[in-house]
Design a binder for this molecule. Sequence first.
Ligand code: ADP
Length: 179
Amino acid sequence: MKPKEDFMERVAVYAGSFDPITYGHIDIVERSLEIFDKVIVAVAHNAEKRPLFTTEERRKIIKAIFKDSPNVIVDSFKGLLVDYVAKTNARVILRGLRATSDFEYEFHMASMNRSLNTHLDTLFMMTNKDYFFVSSRTIKEVAELGGVVEGLVPDLVVRRLKEKFKLPIPKKNPIGWDY
Ligand code: ADP
């Protein structure tokens, strides 16, 4: 019989651009907490992608959204994801999968990450049927044109999108950045 191992926390890193975070992402984090003790939501700093929100803005928004979830840690990283994950106590990279169009890219990334670090594995979670069509990109496109994105992203994200696109914001309950 194998000796009883000491309790080891099961930690996953959910990395992405989150520009901005959507209910599709949030659903993945919430479901993953059924499997992992801790989930690190890691915002990728990728200068080439020319994000709408800065890394710090994205990190702050996500932190505010998960402020009541002690098992969600919000961080950001530069450089290779496998190098970042190796510095944490996680062994799993968590990714969400929507349509087959996500599959090819995700398959290549997971294979590349596995070849860079054989100790790490990628776990895919299928999108929630309510959010399979939700992507940060379409949210930004619709929001910029004044379309309704309520119900697809949290209210805080709706507000931040309106600010970025200089769209009218209701005067009451301003939400500052000091959280
Ligand atoms: P990236 O820029 O690295 O693709 P994203 O922020 O777009 O990062 O997404 C991070 C992860 O979340 C990716 O694995 C992506 O496929 C997944 N994801 C994005 N939107 C959804 C959604 N609506 N449902 C499930 N997974 C999603």
